[in-house]
Design a protein. Structure first.
Length: 586
């Protein structure tokens, strides 16, 4: 085996490691309909089904359109390969949702794995350095959240990650090709392009795709604006990104108004998801969020601090300014670092501890940041005029550091820290989700076995395919599948524990198609009624909202927790007058 093939095989290590970690997390999480796993996975499944049936989509805020468009193609393909197992596509998807969810998840995982491998190959082709190539491939490992929410699920983060990785491929190409201005590239059906024109075109396509996947890609748009020379390239980049975004969001183009209102709410409100008080930021909450992100994402924070420190020294001190001025490595490092800083500041506005995945594009740039730091240190070492012999102790130490090019020692140290942090984090996630899965599956099994002839009212993250499909269809997919689901789950109801309207849906009881009154359910099933969902006492303690007040179906009735689970449980509805219980025994 020659050296080139050996290097290619070594560059498969991290992509395969990513696959292994994700498969472990998927196994720990359990079925996609389990507990909180459904959100937003089942919403994207049903909207992909809507697109495959040439219907409208209900998810447009992220916007997440490429996930749904690609999902529609995958659903059609799988349905054909199953030889139209249950007749129509709708019938097959709704009766076997987990088969299609698994195929969507594996497709997105495969797409990201191939992209990560290509990133390693491209980096090695130009640097001839395996350590640096590994470093850039470590991009998805800078946070366990990237793996958990990006690849162990079906959600926009999967495409956000692949967009970020392709962006990294372009940046690696750009670092090593920016000087070849006289070279002409020819792409079929496209006029001959100079390198900067070609990169402007490519950055526009990827940026539009990334923004269409999720607007949290926005900070990365800063990078081409800073590194592309001449205003004409910057203007073409902006216009190209807009056109690319429109192309990738064509299925929701008639609902841009909804998307605009969503984004406007994020800007003018201080709370999460465009809610909260009418203020740009809540200063005290913002500072607390910023600190939490920095302290709980140490590898990202250290790399960003290191890059900002190098940039400040390089551009502020005259001795280093002559080296950094006009240097492409310092220029790109400035763009990447600024985009990461903007991403950090942007996410801190609406951040909650479990929502670090909003920082995914900025986190993914950390591998590139380390590569650029290495190249900048190399440039300083090659250009800094130091005396080879003699000189001060400080000069000798500085010379030794720069001659190392900041490569093996620093990079090995950082990779070791990242590996240690990820192993511990993945182990924690695996343990946490395994416990939740075990309890939730027990609840589901008991409901299916002991309450076959009962009315089942699902509420708040119930572990049931009926809940995942129903809640997603009613709230997120415009109820295009409600008639079929009502026939499929005749004894199931959905309860929305909120007052007024939420996502355009009235709170209360739903039989998939219409709002119903509890007395109608009771007249049909009598006392044989159960509620399944999260532990309402625990939820009330964590949220400060007494959901049991909203769930009171009528006078003289009480809830009895018959499972007593921590995360998932079962509530039987009993007649308190008959059983001598005085209401609300949760």
């Amino acid at each position: 085996m020659n050296k080139k093939n050996c290097s290619a095989l070594l560059l498969l290590i991290l992509p395969l490691m990513m696959v292994l970690v994700c498969l472990c997390l998927i196994e720990a999480r359990g079925p996609f309909w389990l507990g909180k796993n459904w959100d937003p996975s089942y919403g994207y499944l049903l909207n992909s089904l809507n697109l495959a049936r040439l219907k409208g989509v209900g998810l447009r805020e992220h916007p997440g359109t490429p996930v749904q468009s690609t999902g529609a193609i995958v659903l059609r393909t799988v349905h054909c390969l199953r030889f139209f197992a249950n007749g129509s596509l709708q019938a097959d998807v709704l009766t076997n949702p987990e088969i299609y969810m698994a195929m969507l998840n594996k497709f997105y995982l495969l797409l990201n794995t191939l992209t990560l491998f290509i990133l390693g190959l491209v980096t090695f082709k130009f640097t001839k350095d395996l350590m640096i190539s590994f470093l850039v491939q470590f991009s998805p490992f800078f946070s366990g959240t990237i793996l958990l929410f990006g690849l162990a699920d079906v959600r926009p983060e999967a495409f956000l990650l692949v967009s970020s990785l392709i962006f990294l491929v372009l940046l690696v190409f750009y670092v090593h090709n920016f000087q070849e201005e006289n070279t002409i590239y020819h792409i079929p059906c496209i006029p001959k392009l100079s390198p900067h024109s070609l990169f402007t075109f490519c950055f526009s396509i990827v940026s539009g795709f990334g923004m269409a996947s999720k607007v949290t890609f926005f900070p990365l748009l800063i990078i081409p604006l800073l590194i592309l020379p001449k205003y004409k390239y910057k203007i073409f980049y902006v216009l190209g990104t807009i056109l690319s975004f429109i192309f990738f969001t064509l299925p929701i183009v008639h609902e841009y108004g909804v998307l605009y209102n969503w984004l406007r709410g994020l800007v003018i409100h201080s709370g999460s998801h465009g809610r909260g008080s009418l203020a740009f930021i809540d200063p005290s909450l913002y500072v607390a969020n910023f600190k939490h992100i920095v302290l709980h994402n140490a590898p990202f924070s250290i790399v960003l601090l290191l890059s900002l420190s190098i940039l400040m020294v390089s551009f502020c001190l005259p001795r280093f300014r002559k080296i950094s001025k006009g240097n492409i490595n310092f220029k790109i490092l400035s763009g990447v670092s600024l985009s990461q800083l903007v991403g950090l500041l942007m996410v801190a506005k609406h951040y909650r501890p479990w929502e670090i995945y909003y920082l995914l594009p900025a986190l993914c740039m950390s591998g590139m940041t380390l590569l650029l730091i290495t190249l900048c240190l190399r440039d300083i070492g090659q250009n800094l005029k130091m005396e080879e012999k003699g000189g001060s102790l400080r000069a000798k130490i500085g010379q030794s550091i720069f001659k190392m090019n900041g490569s093996w020692v620093i990079n090995l140290l950082i990779i070791s820290i990242i590996c240690y942090a990820r192993i511990d984090e993945v182990r924690m996630y695996y343990s946490k989700y395994s416990e939740m899965k075990t309890e939730s599956l027990k609840v589901y099994a008991q409901v299916e076995h002991d309450y076959k002839d009962y009315a089942k009212i699902y509420t708040l993250n119930s572990s049931s395919p009926a809940f995942a499909l129903g809640w997603s269809d009613i709230l997120l997919a415009k109820k295009y599948n409600s008639e079929f689901l009502r026939k499929l789950y005749e004894d199931a109801y959905i309860f929305f524990p909120f007052e007024g309207k939420f996502y355009g849906v009235e709170g209360g009881f739903h039989d998939w198609v219409d709002n119903v009154q509890f007395v109608d359910i009771q007249s049909k099933y009598g006392q044989k009624i159960i509620f399944q969902g999260v532990n309402l006492k625990k939820l009330a303690a964590n949220s400060g909202i007494d959901f049991t007040d909203l769930m009171k179906p009528g006078e003289g009735l009480s809830f009895i927790d018959v499972f007593k689970g921590e995360n998932q449980t079962i509530y039987e509805l009993e007649l308190s007058l008959k059983n001598g219980i005085n209401g609300g025994a949760l």
